[in-house]
Ligand binder design. Structure first.
Ligand code: FE
Ligand code: ZN
Ligand code: FE
Length: 307
């Protein structure tokens, strides 16, 4: 386990798919999946510390666990992210989980909100620890408007849904192109409450797929959508097929906000990935990516990494 320098700085329609064949848990034993998107109480809307997530990951038979709480801002910003002063406690909590479950690789990550103009702050954050990965996220589509916040759901009735999607996807492309992130989170988040513009949605996806392909940034199937009103994973099967076609790397994550959500919906996520034609998922360590075959594909590897 590499030595971490934690103290140095301080100074988350295809209805048929949702109900898709549920794969037996035993499949994960052959070549288990990882869960890299989890939250802690430090963000003030999640429960369970890394050690609790680790216990759940071991019980679920996952190969690796990653902790990725909502990134702090230079100044207090909203009520659903870590405070900057809590970062040392975050690092400690990850170390506590590593000590308690030495058999489980536990990765240090962060779900970073991307705002144009905040690049230098994100670069500073990137230097504050030996992160295994940084997740780029878009929640805010305008100042004070986090598109997934139930507080603002009425705004979907106040203007065309297509405009809201346009704002989101344009920010999402910028997030990808910033070059600051290893992978990006929950691609079609604005569908959370069930709002989709009319017509073929691929027009929204195309610029971001191109950005992913050009930059080599990966993305996740985020199973949290299964637990939201939309009742399906982020992103849609269409997005996944386009990404697969473009050769974009993939992860499958739960966006757990409680230990019992670790690995939740992975059977559905895995079925979606396979339907889109994916045969591999990525793992990260110290911001370097590696591919492993999806469970049930390739050589059973017990989680061993392929070059
Ligand atoms: Fe998240
Ligand atoms: Zn959250
Ligand atoms: Fe998120």
């Amino acid at each position: 386990m590499p030595k971490r320098r934690f103290s140095a700085i301080f100074s988350a329609r295809e209805k048929t798919l949702c109900g898709a064949a549920r794969l037996p848990l035993s499949i994960f034993k052959m070549n288990p999946l990882c869960d890299y998107h989890t939250h802690t109480p430090l963000c003030r809307h999640a429960e369970g510390w890394p050690v609790d997530y680790a216990r759940a990951a071991v019980a679920r038979g996952l190969a690796e666990l990653g902790i990725s709480d909502h990134s702090p801002m230079p100044e207090p910003f909203d009520d659903w992210r870590m405070l900057l002063g809590d970062l040392p406690r975050y690092f400690e909590a990850v170390e506590e989980a590593r000590a308690a479950f030495p058999q489980l690789p536990i990765r240090l990550g962060l779900e970073v909100d991307f705002f144009p103009g905040q690049e230098s702050w994100i670069e500073r954050l990137a230097g504050m620890a030996d992160w295994d990965y940084l997740i780029g996220s878009v929640h805010y589509i305008a100042p004070g408007w986090d598109v997934d916040n139930p507080r603002h759901v009425s705004r979907f009735e106040e203007r065309p849904v297509a405009e809201i999607w346009e704002l989101y996807w344009s920010a999402y492309e910028k997030c990808i192109r910033s070059g600051l992130f290893d992978f990006v989170a929950h691609p079609d988040l604005p569908k959370k409450f069930g709002h989709r513009p009319p017509g073929d949605l691929r027009r929204f996806y195309e610029p971001s797929i191109a950005a992913l392909a050009e930059t080599g940034v990966a993305f996740e199937i985020n199973t949290a959508g299964l637990r939201k009103p939309v009742g399906e994973c982020y992103p849609s099967l269409e997005f996944l097929k386009m990404a697969r076609e473009a050769g974009v790397g993939l992860l499958i994550n739960s966006d757990a906000h409680a230990p019992e959500e670790v690995g939740a919906g992975f059977e559905t996520g895995l079925a979606l990935a396979k339907e889109a034609g994916y045969s591999e998922v990525l793992r990260f360590e110290r911001r370097k990516r590696r591919s492993v075959p999806l469970p049930g594909l390739g050589q059973p590897s017990g989680g061993e990494i392929r070059p």
